[in-house]
Design a protein around this ligand. Structure first.
Ligand SMILES: Cc1ncc(COP(=O)(O)O)c(C=O)c1O
Length: 445
């Protein structure tokens, strides 16, 4: 019998006891805010014991089909054999040495084999390291301080230059807020307005190739031209798009050559590896051989070249190349999107629940009776799918999602949307058990 049909209300008592202790010794009860208890329905905060493929198992013995694994970093499935084997083999030969190991060049060659529009690459551990490293190079190259970010894209880095633009600014010196300005996606005039307002002050612009809104024709190319006309660099943040749109990144997908680009999630199937890639003209400033310009000290991390991470990265890229993983993500994502849309139609909630984005990275919008974004309805939806064995803050498919997993998900969502419809008609408070989930970026708890 399918998980969707069982509907034995799951118990989370062991996870709850574990989290109580976690909050005493870990601020936030988790090392990543996006995984926090406040992101899940009250009393339904599973602590994961292990994962296999697209499934995870929690402390109370509940099993879930999971989407968005590891904040979307695990794309081949949990415990994916070839990646684990490669990492283990590297690890047993030593993880970190006094000098570079041979795998550093091997991984760099592999990365530039797929990101073929870049001349050089430097590895880090998190997407934030790489994006901040790119900003630093742009500032060094241009001799300017300001950064223009796309205000329609949710996140670029945990570092102050970006976090100062969110609601969560405690601990960030005020002066940062003068250095980072925002432009609108698909709106060249909003970028031109910034260049006019701050002449010769903006070092770079930072954006993703796309999130849920697609670029208008030639947008990326035109934007880069605008940047260059104004003496600024264009940084393409491919932390998410990197190994989902194409193994060569969204830059390959759109036949576009950014000045600098950054990668992270999905590079090593959950192992900690990120990359800053780009044109030699800019990247060389981070080198130790040039004498014509000042040195730019960027991305120099103790753990930056851990052998097992880089081995995992090589094995992950090989899987993408040999198994055409992006095609699998597109196929399974399309199956899911089509089925979810049918479930939405069937439940008659088109005005209140929407599936958005590319098939390989789907999001859902939860709206209330007045068609406004609603955290309470989001929580209700998560509550109902979790009861049916689905864990999905978004619907980011992985290569391990089988047809059977997708079909079970569609079935569970169909049932959850029946409850959602009742809540639209009768009030969400009648069906939502606990408090609504909270935005990650907020000033106060
Ligand atoms: C587009 C984008 N850039 C950068 C980052 C930062 O990556 P990390 O959390 O690995 O530091 C994220 C993380 O969610 C992201 O979505």
């Amino acid at each position: 019998m399918s998980i969707a049909k069982q509907l034995i209300t799951p118990v989370f008592s062991r996870s709850a006891a574990h989290q109580k202790r976690a909050h005493e010794i870990i601020p936030g009860g988790a090392h990543t805010y996006a995984k926090g208890d406040d992101q899940f329905p009250a009393g339904m905060c599973p602590v994961i014991v292990r994962g296999k493929g697209a499934h995870v198992f929690d402390m109370d013995g509940n099993e879930f089909i999971e989407y968005g694994a590891g904040v979307r970093s695990v794309t081949l499935g949990h415990g994916y054999g070839p990646v684990c084997d490669a990492a283990f083999a590297a690890m047993t030969g030593g993880t970190n040495f006094v000098r570079p190991s041979v795998i550093e060049l091997k991984a760099a060659e592999k990365m530039l084999e797929v990101i073929d529009k870049a001349d050089m690459v430097k590895f880090g551990k998190n997407g934030s390291d790489a994006v901040t490293g790119a900003v630093k190079i742009a500032r060094a190259y241009t001799g300017r301080d300001m950064v223009a970010i796309c205000g329609d894209h949710p996140f670029f880095s945990v570092d102050d230059w970006f976090m100062c633009t969110t609601a969560t600014t405690s601990g960030i010196p005020e002066w940062n807020r003068q250095q980072t300005v925002k432009f609108k996606y698909n709106d060249l005039a909003s970028v031109q307005a910034l260049f006019d307002q701050f002449p010769n002050q903006i070092a770079c612009i930072v954006l993703e190739a796309e999130t849920v809104e697609l670029p208008v024709p030639n947008y990326l190319h035109d934007l880069q031209e605008l940047c260059h006309c104004n003496g600024a660099l264009m940084i393409l943040d491919e932390t998410v798009t990197g190994f989902r749109w194409h193994v060569g990144g969204a830059q390959k997908f759109y036949n576009f050559t950014p000045d600098l680009s950054t990668f992270g999630k999905g590079m090593a199937n959950g192992f900690s590896v990120s990359a800053l890639c780009g044109r030699r003209e800019y990247m060389r400033l981070a080198g130790i051989e040039h004498t014509d310009r000042e040195r730019c000290f960027t991305l120099s991390l103790t753990h930056g070249a851990e052998t097992h991470g880089l081995a995992a990265c090589i094995a992950t890229i090989e899987a993408y190349q040999n198994l055409n993983v992006c095609n699998t993500l597109a196929r399974q994502g399309t199956r899911l999107k089509t089925g979810l849309q049918a479930a939405i139609d069937q439940a008659g909630v088109n005005d209140y629940f929407q599936i958005i984005g590319r098939p390989w990275l789907l999001f859902y919008a939860t709206l209330d009776q007045s068609k406004q974004r609603s955290q309470a309805f989001r929580t209700l939806f998560i509550q109902e799918i979790m009861k049916r064995g689905i864990l999905a803050p978004s619907f980011a498919v992985g290569a391990a999602h089988l047809d059977e997993d997708i079909d079970r998900t569609i079935e569970a969502v169909g049932e959850a949307l029946e409850i959602y419809k009742l809540a639209i008609d009768e009030g969400v408070e009648k069906y939502l058990v606990g408090r609504p989930v909270q935005p990650v970026f907020r000033k106060f708890n």
